[in-house]
Design a protein around this ligand. Structure first.
Ligand code: GLN
Length: 221
C-alpha cells in the first residue's frame, strides 16, 4: 500500500495520521527532507498557515515540497493546508520584517483566510461533495453528504481553468458574518493530483475525503 506522509510541523497532523491509518494506509509524520522523499503522497493539516510556512522554510522542507508538487506528487490540504496549496492569498499576513507569508502553491486559485469569521463563528453542516461516487450505496442510493466542520477556515475566492469545484456553500449556509454578498463560496477543489478542503474531515470520523485522496495516490481516482 502507498506510504502517506502527513506534514507534522504544526497543527492537527495526529488526526490526519489517524484517519489515514484507519483506512489501512501506511503513514509517516514528515519533519525532514529524507522523510518527504520516501512518501507517495502528502497531507498538509489544519493549523496556522503562517506557522507551517515559517517552519517548513526553516526545516528546509518548503522547496522540496514545491519540487515534489511540480513532479506530480498527490497532496491533500485541509484548512491551513488548503491555504498552503493556493498559488495566491488574498490578504497574506506580513511578518515583523514585512515579509508576506508564502505558500507551496500548485493550485491555480486565490484563497481568503479566516473568510467565515473568527473562532466563535466556527460552524458545522452537511455538504454535497463531488468525487465520492465510489461511496454511493448499492440500490441506487446516492452519495451521502459530508459532515463538514469549519474552524476559521478559508474560502476560495477565485479559480483558474483546470480547477474542479467539489463543494460550495450557499449564502444561507454560512454564518451571518460571512454573507457579504449573495455569492456561493467554493470550499473544496481538485486540480490534477492536488485536493483541498476549507474544512476538517479529520476531526469528525468522516473518512471518505481521505479515501478519495488515497485513491488518487493509487491512480484510481
Ligand atoms: N486560520 C488558519 C490559517 O489561516 C486556518 C485555520 C485552520 O486550519 N483551522 O492558517
Amino acid at each position: 500500500s502507498p506510504l502517506v506522509g502527513v506534514l507534522a510541523l504544526q497543527g492537527d497532523f495526529r488526526e490526519h495520521l489517524h484517519s489515514a491509518q484507519t483506512l489501512g494506509a501506511r503513514t509517516v509524520a514528515v519533519r525532514r527532507p529524507s522523510e518527504l522523499a520516501a512518501v507517495d503522497g502528502l497531507i498538509i493539516p489544519g493549523g496556522e498557515s503562517t506557522a507551517i510556512d515559517k517552519l517548513a522554510r526553516s526545516f528546509e522542507l518548503a522547496d522540496p515540497i514545491r519540487e515534489r508538487i511540480a513532479a506530480g506528487m498527490p497532496v491533500y490540504g485541509s484548512c491551513a493546508g488548503m491555504i498552503l496549496l493556493a498559488d495566491r492569498i488574498q490578504d497574506p499576513t506580513l511578518d515583523l520584517s514585512g515579509h508576506p507569508q508564502e505558500t507551496f502553491g500548485g493550485i491555480d486559485m486565490t484563497v481568503r483566510r479566516n473568510a467565515f469569521g473568527r473562532q466563535r463563528e466556527s460552524f458545522e453542516l452537511d455538504l454535497d461533495f463531488g468525487g465520492l461516487e465510489f461511496s454511493a450505496g448499492r440500490d441506487g442510493d446516492g452519495v451521502a453528504p459530508v459532515h463538514a466542520v469549519f474552524i476559521r477556515g478559508p474560502w476560495v475566492e477565485s479559480i483558474g481553468d483546470g480547477v474542479e469545484v467539489l463543494a460550495q456553500l450557499e449564502p444561507a449556509e454560512m454564518p451571518a458574518a460571512a454573507t457579504v454578498d449573495s455569492r456561493a463560496r467554493i470550499v473544496a477543489v481538485r486540480s490534477g493530483n492536488l485536493l483541498a478542503t476549507s474544512f476538517h474531515p479529520e476531526v469528525t470520523g468522516e473518512l471518505r475525503v481521505h479515501e478519495l485522496f488515497i485513491r488518487m495516490i493509487k491512480g484510481e481516482a
